[in-house]
Write a protein that binds this ligand. Structure first.
Ligand SMILES: Cc1ncc(COP(=O)(O)O)c(C=O)c1O
Length: 395
């Protein structure tokens, strides 16, 4: 979250004083309908039919997988570079995540996706990491040929776009995160599932509301009800994220302008380049992503004075080799609920070893992020540009 102020305070105050904090309520008794209003506004902004505000992005991924009917016996392909929740959400519905390499854009590599297909593959989760759009055209060409579901993980790309359309509107479903560290936030946590598909929306609706159908937007539901989880948002979260969503395009414009200015500072330098992009205009601009010939150069650059960069192999649980519970095949609180041990999953691919995706690890070792701030003053931007220029000259 980059920006917040009086507008959030004002809208939250109204909800608090209404004393109607639950997402359902009668407008004639003063209920402000914040969740319903956010869902309508976000669906329109992203360009989809339906949106569901949820407690987190992880909840959104689980709802999307459940809504797509994914379960035991199914493989879901996920990139080897993403926050661990992309893979753990697959285990939450009893299916098995299969790793595929990312390419130099840091998105899922369509060629490796194709290599990793098996008769058990049912779905793919491309991730728009650090706001950088994945190669959706390449991925969708393959998934359409094989009849696979696509759930876009947009948790790091609130408001990003690909070829002129917002990310999240390309797949069968898209999932956003509004936790504290994202472009916009619903008050520290939050998420949203979007889809064009009415049955997916209905099944996700059932899943997020404990298998009940109390919400007015659930009227006319045709999908059968099943027992599920409680991932509902509340009116306070929605009041905050509605204001945040209004700020979003301004934040993105400033992030993109500042990232472009930083890229200019290293343009033409030998030994470093901006990582290739599937859509530079649509990239959210939260990071300047730089690639080097080797790890030592990436490290020297990242720690050069004033750069404050990070080499991606150090990105903690975004790197699959740090996904300890998966590597140790402990994916539930009880062994009988551990999908790695299910009879239906016997014979599915479960390789999370260092050898599973060596190309991803090689790319991450020589790639660095420089975080971008949309609120830098012109002086601060110039200082950052100067630091990058000096670091690039020193390579
Ligand atoms: C790529 C990705 N997927 C999923 C998530 C999960 O989102 P949340 O923290 O809202 O559950 C995150 C959050 O960091 C993420 O970065």
């Amino acid at each position: 979250m980059y920006r917040a102020g009086q507008e959030e305070i004002d809208e939250v105050s109204k909800v608090i004083l209404s004393k109607q904090w639950f997402l359902i309520g009668d407008p004639s008794s003063g209920h402000l309908q914040e969740v319903a209003r956010f869902e309508k506004e976000w669906a329109a902004k992203i360009g989809v039919e339906h949106a569901l505000l949820l407690t987190s992005g992880t909840a959104g991924l689980v709802c999307a997988l459940a809504a797509c009917g994914i379960g035991p016996g199914d493989e879901v392909i996920v990139p080897a570079y993403t926050w661990m929740a992309t893979a753990t959400s697959v285990l939450s519905v009893g299916a098995i995540p299969v790793l595929a390499e990312v390419d130099e854009t840091l998105g899922l590599d369509p060629a490796d996706l194709e290599r990793k297909l098996s008769p058990a593959t049912r779905a793919v989760i491309p991730v728009h990491m650090s706001g950088r759009p994945a190669n959706l055209e390449g991925i969708l060409t393959i998934t359409r040929k094989h009849g696979l579901k696509v759930i876009e993980d947009c948790c790091q790309s609130d408001g990003g776009s690909y070829k002129g359309r917002r990310t999240g509107s390309w797949g069968d479903a898209g999932v956003f995160s509004f936790n504290h560290f994202k472009i916009i936030s619903a008050g520290g946590e939050g998420g949203c599932l979007v889809t064009h598909d009415r049955p997916i929306y209905e099944r996700a609706m059932i899943y997020h509301d404990s298998g009940s159908v109390f919400r007015p937007s659930a009227r006319g539901l045709t999908e059968p009800i099943y027992v599920a989880q409680q991932y509902r948002a509340n009116e306070v979260m929605a009041a905050i994220v509605r204001v945040q969503a209004e700020r979003m395009d301004g934040i993105l414009a400033d992030l993109r302008r500042h990232r472009a200015a930083l890229a200019e500072a290293i343009a033409g330098a030998g030994g470093v380049r901006e990582a290739p992009s599937n859509d530079r205009e649509g990239d959210c601009g939260v990071m300047l992503t730089l690639q080097f010939k080797e790890e030592a150069a990436a490290r020297a650059f990242a720690r050069a004075p004033g750069v404050q960069g990070m080499v991606l192999i150090d990105h903690g649980k975004h790197v699959y080799t740090e996904w300890t519970p998966l590597r140790e095949k402990r994916s539930a609180h009880h062994p009988d609920m551990n999908p790695f041990l299910f009879a239906r999953n016997k014979g599915l691919r479960m390789d999370y070893s260092d050898k599973a995706c060596p190309r991803t690890l090689e790319i991450l070792r020589r790639t660095a992020y420089v975080p971008v701030n949309p609120d830098w003053t012109e002086k601060e931007l110039k200082e950052k540009q100067a630091a990058l220029r000096t670091a690039a000259q020193g390579l």
